[in-house]
Design a protein around this ligand. Sequence first.
Ligand code: NI
Length: 140
Amino acid sequence: MSSDLVRFTIAMPQDLLEKLDERAARRGIRKNRSEAIRDLVRDALVEDSCADPDQEICGTLTMVYNHHASDLTKRLDDVQHDHCDEIISTMHIHLDAHNCLEIIAMRGSVAQVKEIADALLGLKGVKHGSLTTTTTGEAL
Ligand code: NI
């Protein structure tokens, strides 16, 4: 993709423009509407990429579970050992006497990463979790 900048005009309602400026200000780029709009377009393109099952992506799964739940720790380990090619790093935090927070970084196709996340989040005893996906953006 060319990195040459192309100028074009955008028309939008005043209140929408104000919301764009507010959003840009929160991200510290208040004075640069072009950068704010480029960020929005890149966000949309990454989101589109992550909808394609064959697209290579990175994902982070964050989950909380009670490690006292029957053999849950073993079942979580079993799923992770079954996918050591895709799981590239894990962080485990002992939140309190009962609860653990685990963050799992993955790399693979959208289909693979979502399958692993679903397998882990579907285990009985996992209280909450969510998957965040992204790409390097090199194709965007
Ligand atoms: Ni723990």
